[in-house]
Design a protein around this ligand. Structure first.
Ligand code: PHE
Length: 338
């Protein structure tokens, strides 16, 4: 048996193979165990000599099994350690850091300018009652300006995706309940059914509204020119052109000198040297009344500017659609965390 056992133990590759050899030879019904039990049927002399041999064999096998088991356990531990070893001198992998979108930065920039001028922030819903979006702003159901707005209607009668941030003018007036002064801006999304190189169906505006005793067009021009110079630099110039909005009278649009050509005329400004950035005007008496203010006592101005236009102007972006493609190559050019 001795040689047989030696061969088997050396051939064993795993701890469980060793374990089964152990029970095969030394277990309760193991070959050596049974042989030892069978000794009682022998004569005293045979029992003594065979007993000694079997005992010695048992000892040898036990020792061998134990030392093989220790070897295997150590080998296993070594491979485990090798597997778990790591090189702490390797360079780390850098997580990508997020950046603020140029539109977000422009919006915050605008908010900052107006907050420093004493304005506060107001917000209104993107899904709006037609009354706030149109009627209250002096655009009754048959008013032709409603067509100009190219509205998205939704399945709920009387509701639209707001076509501009101007409904927040009415909401703010109602919230202020006739108190003075009203001096607010309202940033947010607006929705119109157009989609081409210079228009997208969802865009951002910042609405502004000031109401107090004796507010004039001079306040409008001064405030908006200051804003433009804060945003675009003091060397910029502004001009105001007469325009029309149902909710302001008179209405004016503000242009700034073109950044691409500095005012000499190019493709961006279609040769005029000027780029339009906002619509504005003196709040129409009907609108003041709808908001709960008395047009014989107070007056105000309002404006609505497109954030995208300003972002393009500030960051030198020439295609509006780049702002919405979420192309990391494009966006990662604007490294700033503020
Ligand atoms: N709501 C107008 C637009 O979206 C802009 C505007 C706002 C004009 C306030 C005058 C006063 O074009």
């Amino acid at each position: 048996w001795h040689t047989e056992i030696m061969q088997q133990i050396h051939a064993a590759q795993t701890l469980s193979e060793l374990q089964s050899l152990r029970s095969h030879w030394l277990g309760r019904r193991g070959i050596i165990t049974l042989a030892m039990k069978g000794l009682s049927s022998l004569s005293i002399e045979e029992r003594r000599s065979q007993g000694q041999q079997l005992n010695a064999l048992r000892e040898t096998v036990l020792d061998l099994l134990t030392s093989r088991q220790q070897e295997m356990e150590m080998a296993e531990e070594t491979t485990q350690l090798q597997r778990e070893q790591f090189d702490m001198t390797l360079p780390g992998s850098w997580p990508q850091t997020g950046l603020l979108h140029p539109i977000t930065r422009t919006r915050r920039f605008i908010e900052d300018v107006f907050l420093r001028m004493g304005f506060s922030l107001e917000y209104g819903p993107e899904i709006e009652h037609e009354w706030y979006n149109f009627e209250a702003l002096n655009m009754p159901a048959n008013h032709p300006a409603r067509d100009m707005q190219d509205s998205f209607f939704i399945n709920v009668p009387g509701m639209v995706l707001r076509t501009h941030t101007s409904p927040v003018q009415i909401r703010a007036m109602k919230k202020y309940q006739g108190r003075l002064p009203v001096r607010i801006i309202a940033p947010g999304r607006a929705f119109r059914r157009d989609d081409d190189a210079t228009h997208v169906p969802m865009f951002f505006q910042v609405e502004g509204l000031v109401i107090d005793h004796g507010i004039t067009l001079a306040d409008l021009k001064g405030t908006l020119t200051t804003m433009a110079q804060e945003l675009l630099g003091t060397d910029i110039r502004t001009r105001f052109r007469p325009s029309y909005f149902p909710f302001t009278e008179p209405s004016v649009e503000m242009d700034v000198t073109c950044a691409s050509c500095g005012g000499t005329g190019c493709r961006v400004c279609k040769g005029t040297g000027w780029v339009e950035i906002l619509g504005s005007g003196m709040v129409h008496p009907v609108v003041l009344t709808n908001g709960g203010y008395d047009p014989s006592q107070v007056s105000g101005f309002a404006f609505g500017l497109g954030i995208e236009r300003l972002a393009m102007r500030i960051f030198g972006i020439d295609d509006l659609r780049l702002l919405y493609q979420n192309d990391m190559q494009f966006l990662s050019q604007f490294q700033s965390y503020i």
